[in-house]
Design a protein around this ligand. Structure first.
Ligand SMILES: Nc1ncnc2c1ncn2[C@@H]1O[C@H](COP(=O)(O)OP(=O)(O)OP(=O)(O)O)[C@@H](O)[C@H]1O
Length: 293
């Protein structure tokens, strides 16, 4: 479905590469999350996949075709940028007409239901929409396109909790009806992770991870207790965060949170918790920086 092979990209000629030899393959229909800290290169990666930019070197294929300047490849794609440039005078009615014109598998019934659910007026100009309403309009375009490869850059930006829930429900519904590749970049990884089968972590212009979500969501062991007990229990492990306060120590270990860890913590008189995925990923990327420094 998507193939990126050793792609390098810089916004200006002879300037430092923003993406450095990125290789990424996704052959199965999945919902995948793209996570990375600010400035990591997520948007750059997505815009290259969508054919909006041309790589300086390396190759990109979407459904077997180079997406750059290629109408045939664009027919398989729907790329929803953050702050998608929706026409100033467009209404939701126009968006639906344009969406159905560009996307051969357009889901008109879902579009109607989502316009109602997101409480969007059909005839009002979108330039008068609030931020959340514009985001909802973009979501409708992305989900109803039914494109074989749908890429959405921070699609929940500006949505309140209820509307985010609506989006997640609609995402699952449309994916179950028509499994395809849907990539979503997000800073709300805790919310999105239950829906995703795959996780791509972008860090400093590279794909640091591309793994099944189920493998990653189980990682991150937090131990707290007396410093010497914490140190004893964590000998030989990969510590990705540590903190001390008085005689108390706390570490996060890059390992699977398991029954074995629970038993070990009890043996050493320590308390144990599963780290949140967000904290785990922040620490994994920080640790990567320390290794490189
Ligand atoms: N149009 C541009 N011209 C020059 N540099 C750019 C441009 N767009 C992005 N960059 C730079 O490329 C790097 C990666 O930016 P990018 O927007 O891809 O990151 P991101 O992971 O999407 O970040 P965020 O989470 O903050 O949206 C940053 O250093 C940014 O300054």
């Amino acid at each position: 479905m998507i193939h990126m092979e050793q792609v390098c990209y810089s916004y200006q000629k002879n300037k430092t590469s923003i993406l450095n030899s990125v290789t990424l393959h996704e052959n199965e229909p999945v919902i995948g999350a793209i996570w990375g800290r600010n400035g990591a290169g997520k948007t750059t990666l997505m815009s290259l996949l969508a054919g909006h930019n041309r790589p300086d070197s390396g190759t990109i294929q979407i459904m077997g075709q180079n997406p750059y300047n290629n109408l045939s490849a664009q027919g398989h794609l729907c790329y929803i940028q953050e702050n998608h440039p929706l026409g100033k005078s467009w209404t939701m009615n126009d968006l639906v007409t344009i969406g159905s014109h560009f996307h051969s598998q357009w889901d008109q019934e879902l579009a109607k239901r989502l316009i109602d659910a997101f409480e969007l007026p059909s005839k009002q100009k979108m330039s008068k929409f609030s931020k959340g309403m514009k985001t909802a309009a973009q979501i409708i375009l992305g989900l109803c396109s039914n494109a074989s490869v749908t890429i959405m850059d921070e699609p929940t930006n500006g949505l309140d909790a209820e509307k985010r829930k609506l989006f997640y429900e609609a995402l699952l519904e449309t994916y179950e009806n028509n499994p395809r590749l849907i990539l979503i970049s997000t800073h709300h990884i805790e919310e999105v992770q239950p829906l995703c089968e795959s996780l791509i972590v972008v860090h400093q212009g590279k794909v640091l991870y591309h793994r099944p979500m189920e493998e990653v969501r189980e990682r991150g062991v937090l131990l707290t207790g007396l410093i010497q007990d914490v140190e004893l229990a964590s000998v030989g492990t990969n510590i990705i965060e540590s903190a001390r306060m008085g005689t108390t120590g706390k570490v996060m270990i890059d390992d699977v949170y398991s029954k074995e860890w629970a038993a070990k913590a009890q043996l050493h008189g320590l308390s144990i918790e599963k780290a949140t995925l967000q904290d785990y990923l922040v620490n994994v990327t920080r640790k990567q920086e320390e290794v490189r420094a």
